[in-house]
Design a protein around this ligand. Structure first.
Ligand code: HAM
Length: 444
């Protein structure tokens, strides 16, 4: 095929790493988003949104180098300003907070459900466009705030049918890890390289990990302890002071968070994992990720404290903490666990109107219109047949609750109403149709 031909056929395919949402996929996406939104509102967060693209500088100036290489950036034809599709929401949120300055209430509790764009190599769990639930609290710096955020994430997972045997929150604290690394002999200039290494520990073969640890200037014994540190974790709900080889006085922040997680009644979902440091450059204190327990999938969510970002963007000193939960890995986990059947997720029609008699044909549109004006989800058959069985089968395929059958009795002002759950069928006066349908829908 000529290059012209192949680029033409490519133009008619969705770009790599993007998704088309047909009704089934859209129903699943809305189901996940509804659980996210309901949990946010239940926990007292307010929804915000920002632009889908920002000035490129918003990312290049302040974000870590990891995110910069993953941007979709562009200039307007004839323009000289560089923009980027948003790869994450946190810089937008910080920019919006700065614009409000000291007028922001304390705390400010915001959530959003943006589409994000990252120019990465598409693979299982990683796409170039995904939907990410962001939840953030600005203005508070205590462990209870961090625990409140973890608890709203857990609440959404719980609503989606997941439990602590399926997913777990792994948390750590950058200050605690920094202190432990310093105790091992990592100098301040190597600290960020050591964090990077911890972040990539599971992606590296053991010998490459050891080699990089040695390059940090550590002797054999220290490298060994570094490896232990990277894999140090508690069991869910277990006190962090049980962590082997870690001096209790170094664990203060983790002990505080542990206490707060218990107050929020979510300790059984959470455990300490000192290998969690998070790749993004702006995190300062508590960091956490949510993973499927088998460890086979990438992280479902990640977040932490970023106490300096708002100030870095020119705002007042503002402690902040938050997380992002993507729809891609989450949907894979839900499907693998058999927790969702996209076929049953879409909105279910209250009524399905069918016409089984040619003489009644003119009544189908007015009847559907009446049902819709009565606030009901009404669909109709567009088929022309007198075969009631066939028409009812179609109503069943739409998963409708009630079928309204317009037949020969319409001349006497009578229609049949069939409860498709129980199979009961009754005849009602056309004038009383709304009342009859509402009664059936209200019936237990
Ligand atoms: P992040 O770890 O880059 O954090 O992303 C959070 C979650 O979004 C990931 O755990 C993953 O589930 C999902 N995700 C990220 N990139 C992709 C991708 N390319 N394809 C599919 N899913 C993806 C952040 O973005 C931080 N800004 C979160 C945050 C909010 N921190 C504080 N507030």
């Amino acid at each position: 095929m000529s290059s012209k031909g192949s680029s033409k056929s490519k133009a008619f395919q969705a770009p790599r790493g993007t998704r088309d949402f047909y009704p089934r996929e859209m129903a699943l996406r809305r189901h996940v988003e509804t659980c996210w939104r309901d949990a946010s509102i239940n926990w007292g967060f307010q929804e915000i949104e920002g632009p889908t693209f920002e000035h490129l500088d918003l990312y290049t100036v302040k974000s870590g180098p990891g995110i910069v290489s993953e941007l979709f950036s562009f200039e307007r034809s004839g323009g000289d300003t560089s923009y980027a599709m948003r790869p994450e929401f946190t810089p937008t949120l910080a920019r919006m907070a700065v614009a409000r300055g000291n007028a922001l209430p304390v705390p400010t509790k915001w959530f959003s459900i943006p589409c994000l764009f990252r120019a990465e190599r598409p693979q299982r769990g990683r796409l170039r466009e995904h939907v990410q639930w962001n939840v953030d609290i600005l203005g508070l710096s205590d462990a209870d705030t961090d625990a409140e955020l973890i608890s709203v994430a857990v609440a959404a997972l719980d609503r989606l049918g997941l439990d602590p045997s399926m997913v777990q929150v792994k948390y750590s604290h950058r200050d605690v890890v920094a202190r432990l690394l310093t105790d091992l002999g990592v100098t301040s200039e190597h600290l960020s390289a050591a964090f990077d290494l911890l972040d990539r520990r599971d992606k590296l073969p053991a010998d490459a990990f050891m080699e990089k640890a040695t390059a940090l200037g550590l002797d054999d014994a220290a490298v060994d302890r570094f490896d232990k540190l990277a894999h140090a974790r508690t069991k869910a709900g277990e006190d962090p002071s049980t962590l082997a080889d870690v001096p209790a006085e170094d664990l203060d922040h983790l002990l505080e968070l542990d206490k707060a997680l218990k107050h929020h009644d979510i300790a059984e979902w959470c455990h300490v994992d000192l290998g969690i440091v998070r790749g993004l450059a702006y995190y300062t204190g508590t960091v956490f990720e949510i993973h499927e327990t088998s460890g086979a999938e990438r992280a479902i969510a990640g977040g932490g404290r970023y106490d300096h970002l708002v100030e870095l963007f020119g705002g007042p000193s503002t402690p902040a903490c938050g997380f992002g939960m993507g729809d891609v890995v989450l949907s894979l986990v839900l499907q693998d666990r058999g927790l969702i059947d996209p076929d049953t997720l879409g909105p279910r029609p209250d009524v399905f109107v069918v016409c089984a008699d040619d003489a009644a044909r003119d009544h189908i549109v007015p009847t559907v219109a009446r049902m819709r004006h009565a606030g009901l989800h009404a669909r109709r058959s567009y088929k022309s047949t007198r075969n009631v069985g066939k028409l009812l089968k179609e109503a069943g395929q739409h998963d409708a609750r009630i079928a309204i059958i317009l037949g020969g009795e319409l001349q006497e002002g009578i229609v049949s109403v069939k409860d498709l759950g129980s199979g009961d069928q009754q005849q009602v006066q056309l004038t009383e149709l709304e009342t009859a349908v509402h009664q059936l829908l209200m019936a237990p």
